[in-house]
Design a protein. Structure first.
Length: 387
């Protein structure tokens, strides 16, 4: 019998990024095999169940032992074999005459390990392909499922990656350098590093910088536990930080007030291909914006604050356009998951700014009679664009 199908199924079942489970049946001795991907102490493993005469025998197999084990199972000559993957299932039927009918089909609905709320969503990171990371973040329970209390964090991580993926270059530099400006607790830094290196198979490095030495120490310890050598952290003021390699991607996620402006300006200075900022609290313009026409709005503190936030981010986006970036301001994640859900996403075009961009920026600045911090910072590296 042609055993080529056995190698195809063995390889399909040995890919931790996509494998979900398998079922082998139709064995002449009546043995039925089922297996699914799970986690054991935060690492991928296989829960194997063998059924004979309605009696089940269950055992757990470490992932590094699984490729050899699945090949042993394949020589037991089952006549119906089904390997489930998130990118498409493999089916084999062996006829009485020994003919092998091999086919590929759509993924089995609900075959991943996500919760019912998240089934059907094409998440970039799942318990199957990012188990060690998600477990280290305490997102997973003892059974390798998403904790109900961590659903918002899980959605936020994957929501961010879904916004990043469409603007990544088709042919990335080798290696791909990332700088997280004001990295804080660095949850998304770890997620991006894992996604690029383990899911997309990019050789990516990431440096997180922050002035908080305690957070940097915690992040470094976390990095060491995961044994991710291309991830590093430095205690330094962003305005004085000089990267060894100019970053291709600059992040600023929830940096407070004008720290976001510093990150945007450094990204422009480094000529980063992508700059992503999710602003946090910002106070620069709260007492500066004035308008007779808007007094009915500005007299109310909370409305003034929200308007100042919008004007600040509009000026940031307009300033980045003047520096040769294509810019979108979008929703970062659902408002129910985080109150700070606005994102500025800028991609370098290497083209001069359109005249309309200049007019737009100066009209906005003139209407509110303000000069924002982002302009002062950018004048150091691109002094002529604001003239």
């Amino acid at each position: 019998m042609n055993d080529h199908y056995q190698e195809i199924l063995a390889q399909a079942a040995s890919d931790v990024a996509h494998f979900r489970g398998l079922t082998f049946s139709g064995n002449r001795n009546g043995i039925r095999i089922s297996a699914r991907l799970t986690l054991s102490k935060g690492r991928p493993a296989i829960r194997l169940v063998e059924t004979l005469n309605n009696r089940e025998s269950t055992r757990e197999i470490a992932w590094d032992l699984w490729p050899d084990q699945v090949r042993k199972l394949l020589v037991q000559e089952h006549t119906f074999l089904h390997v489930r993957r998130d990118d498409g299932d493999w089916h084999v039927k062996i006829t009485r005459k020994g003919h092998v009918l091999l086919s590929r089909g759509k993924p089995t609905a609900g075959s991943d390990q996500s919760t019912p709320h998240d089934r059907g969503k094409n998440y970039a990171l799942t318990p199957s392909n990012a188990g060690a990371f998600l477990n280290s973040l305490d997102v997973l329970d003892e059974q390798g499922r998403i904790r109900p209390s961590m659903q918002a964090k899980y959605r936020q991580i994957n929501g961010f990656l879904s916004l990043l993926e469409p603007i990544l270059p088709e042919k990335p530099p080798h290696p791909y350098h990332i700088c997280d400006c004001g990295c804080g607790s660095a949850h998304l830094s770890f997620a991006i590093y894992h996604y690029l290196n383990q899911v997309l198979n990019w050789p990516a490095s990431l440096v997180g910088v922050d002035r908080n030495a305690e957070l940097i120490q915690k992040n470094t310890a976390w990095r060491d536990r995961l044994d991710w050598p291309g991830l590093s952290f430095e205690t330094v003021d962003l305005s004085r930080y000089n990267p060894v390699d100019p970053p291709n991607l600059v992040l600023s996620l929830h940096a407070c007030d004008t720290a976001t402006d510093i990150a945007l300006a450094r990204g422009v200075e480094w000529k980063a291909g992508i700059i992503i900022a999710a602003p946090c609290c910002q106070h620069e313009l709260h007492r500066k914006i004035e308008s007779d026409s808007f007094q009915g709005l500005l007299r109310h503190g909370i409305l003034r604050e929200r308007l100042a936030d919008l004007v600040t981010d509009a000026l940031r986006a307009a300033a980045l356009r003047l520096c040769g970036y294509s810019v979108k301001v979008i929703e970062f994640s659902a408002p129910s998951d985080t109150g700070r859900n606005l994102m500025i996403r800028a991609v370098r075009t290497n083209r001069p700014p359109e005249p309309a961009a200049t007019q737009e920026y100066h009209a906005l600045k003139s209407f509110w009679n303000i000069t924002p911090e982002i302009e002062r910072l950018l004048r150091a590296s691109v002094p002529t664009v604001f003239d």
